[in-house]
Design a protein around this ligand. Structure first.
Ligand code: E4P
Length: 217
């Protein structure tokens, strides 16, 4: 499963990319607003940091304007993925941009039928929002499994991008349910690594090694 980082903060991305484990980036209008920076400048900066896919979301909701915005965003860099809402107009825009050879990420997916239509529209990625489904009292992970089953049954190439990830457990379960990608907030990415027994074990090894008085170098 690929790892994308869900952030518009370039300081976080610098640290994340330094691990060599990160395959791409997703942003959304709320993350851009939180950054307090110019949208196109942020996307340009992120695209200079990676050759991997960088999702940049349109701001309008009508077909004509989304199409124009999508083309402007795609012109920023070759690795921009145009993010579109899962609406009637969003899917029309997806179909059109896909026809132009532009990669798309259809976002705000909350049902398997929505995901099926996005695949039919040629979306490069579909973003089911796990955490937000969980918030309503339904298991978000079931959505990933259902989309996986439908996509496999009909050989759709659209990649399942598990979004609205809130915890390491979400990441693990998304991988088990067959997501192609998880887009993870930086803090959750950091917490994937930590385990108290790793720290405890390393402390013991370090102490015992010091007792030998030896040096490897
Ligand atoms: C995905 O592309 C979205 O940017 C993101 O995962 C939304 O997460 P949230 O529900 O925590 O805002």
């Amino acid at each position: 499963m690929k790892i994308f980082i869900d952030t518009a903060e370039t300081t976080e991305l610098k640290e994340a990319f330094a691990t060599g484990l990160v395959d791409g980036v997703t942003t959304n209008p709320s993350l851009i607003a939180k950054s307090g920076r110019d949208f196109k400048e942020v996307i340009r900066d992120i695209c200079e940091m990676t050759d991997g896919p960088v999702s940049a979301e349109v701001a309008s909701t009508d077909y004509d304007t989304m199409l124009k915005e999508g083309r402007v965003l795609a012109d920023i860099a070759g690795n921009v993925v145009v993010k579109l809402p899962l609406t009637w107009d969003g899917l029309k825009t997806c179909k059109e941009l896909t026809g132009d050879g532009i990669d798309t990420n259809v976002t705000l997916c909350f049902s398997a039928t929505q995901a099926w239509l996005a695949a039919k529209a040629g979306a490069t990625y579909i973003s089911p929002f796990l955490g937000r489904v969980d918030d309503t009292g339904w298991p978000g992970m079931d959505l990933i499994a259902e989309i996986r089953a439908i996509y496999d049954q009909f050989d759709y190439e659209t990649e399942i991008l598990a979004a609205s990830i809130r915890s390491p457990l979400h990441v693990k379960e998304a991988a088990l349910a067959g997501a192609d990608v998880s887009t993870i907030p930086f803090k959750v990415f950091q917490s994937l690594l930590g385990h108290p027994l790793t720290e405890k074990g390393l402390d013991a090894f370090t102490k015992d090694w010091a007792g030998t008085g030896q040096s490897i170098l």
